[in-house]
Write a protein that binds this ligand. Structure first.
Ligand SMILES: [Zn+2]
Ligand SMILES: [Zn+2]
Length: 155
């Protein structure tokens, strides 16, 4: 299981603008901490224990991506600082800039060897296609890596 950091020690003082986004980042940290200590309901499979963490990690990276690339709220300096201090997943954000990966949930889902049969993760299959091929309703179509319900760009 990859260790997703929830606590930070800053090597350098944060650049200007950090105080503006700090409350939001603190909220993410608090949620991550809570998720890490929360026991999984007894009837759920073990692999689901990391889903919540993945989700929060994704949301926080997304937040940084949005405030820098979309809303242009923060400086390049602060953006780089945030990534250096692991507030966002640099590799995941790099994927979001690529066509077809705009909504990618986590890097595991595109590493073919990590998925069940070395095929594309179920969450990368467009929902429209999925409905046709998976007529058996009630089947859990969430991916085992992070619990994603679908992150193809066409969804
Ligand atoms: Zn996904
Ligand atoms: Zn997946």
């Amino acid at each position: 299981m990859p260790k997703i950091p929830t606590k930070y020690k800053f090597k350098k003082r944060p650049p200007n603008g950090f105080s503006k986004i700090e409350p939001t980042l603190a909220k993410f940290s608090a949620k991550m901490k809570a998720a890490e200590s929360k026991p999984l309901p007894l009837n759920r499979p073990k692999h689901e224990s990391t889903w919540e963490i993945y989700k929060l990690n994704h949301q926080r990276s997304r937040y940084i991506f949005e405030i820098y690339y979309k809303k242009k709220m923060i400086s390049r300096e602060l953006y780089d600082w945030l990534l250096t201090n692991k507030f966002g997943d640099k590799e995941l954000i790099a994927k979001w800039k690529k066509k077809g990966y705009e909504n990618l949930c986590c890097l595991k889902c595109i590493q073919a060897k990590e998925t069940n049969q070395g095929t594309t993760c179920i969450c990368r299959v467009p929902r429209a296609t999925l409905k046709e091929t998976q007529k058996d309703k009630g089947k859990d179509t969430r991916c085992v890596n992070c619990g994603c319900r679908g992150c193809a760009s066409s969804d």
